[in-house]
Design a protein around this ligand. Sequence first.
Ligand code: ATP
Ligand code: MG
Length: 359
Amino acid sequence: MMAYAAPGLLAPSGDFAGVVQPFPRIGPRPAAVDGLIYRDPAMQAVVQRADRIARSDASVLIHGESGTGKEVIARYIHRTSPRHAGPFVAVNCAAIPEHLLESELFGHERGSFSGASGQRIGKLEAAQNGTILLDEISEMDRRLQAKLLRALQEREIDRIGGRAPIRLNVRILATTNRDLEQEVVRNNFRADLYFRLNVVAIHVPGLRDRKLDIPALAEHFIEKYRWENGRSERRLSPAALDALIAHDWPGNVRELENAIHRALVLTTDSWIDIGALEVVSRPTPARPADRAGSESAFAGLPLHLLERDAIIGTLRLTGGNRTRTATILGLSIRALRNKIGQYAAQGIEVPPSTAARTP
Ligand SMILES: Nc1ncnc2c1ncn2[C@@H]1O[C@H](COP(=O)(O)OP(=O)(O)OP(=O)(O)O)[C@@H](O)[C@H]1O
Ligand SMILES: [Mg+2]
């Protein structure tokens, strides 16, 4: 599940050929340089949904706050889909000026408009037999929305100034960090295109709502940047992990990644301590001295998250059997049912009951 644990991925020898390498890389290259790390049940539910969606060819709208990993999920869907051998092409609709976005997407023929010096293949065509990610789709203007809708409906595109239409076999993924439904209500986004893109939706929760991911992500980024900067082994101090878990993460995973990167660049100690992380968070209670350097995987994690993880994990182990789960965890059935009800109300996927099969 955690791709970075995959052994034996050594840095390919040709990787940096001809490039002056400022740092000697130490140890094997972490495998999941662009991988998807997750541990929290909230994120496990997202990945399960992505797994199911990947098998189909449906358009997907991925929404969530900035930095939550929407693009990471999009790449995961492509990688695990039947189109994985085809190209994955990402277009950021917010970063490209409006008048250029059309030719970026659809391409153009030589001389079709002033400034069109040569023929150009558009990104939709470049994604042929693969997947296109339309990033920040809410930023596309209405005229282009209409043209995109036509292309999706007819499954063909016209290059600007081109004569024959080109057949299109591309899967569409789109992301937004705005509420696209609201944009439809405000008349900024076409309802028909919205429905076309939103065949299935994935919501990527904010990092503050999946805090069990924090230790795994932190470890992953430590490995990534330690390796990239030629540093030897680094560990988070227990107090630093506390601070990461207490923090609210308005910038989500990207903010965590930057905090770890900065800490690795700025310090040379083998322990990364709070000061190096520079995350401003609620003060955390001091730990007893004897906990410093603790090897416990649970150190610094909020108990209610550990409880949730234990309950859902045990339900999976028992195939959803409530009675056995309650016995294993030392809970009453009633207490277990209450917890399960709470998780379901929070939208967290709970393994279904097998009560009918139990005596
Ligand atoms: N689950 C994850 N595992 C590993 N890395 C992640 C994960 N989620 C996000 N990242 C990393 O965090 C950074 C931000 O992720 P990404 O670009 O996918 O976010 P986003 O939701 O598309 O953000 P934005 O809305 O700003 O475009 C990237 O460097 C990405 O590699
Ligand atoms: Mg993005």
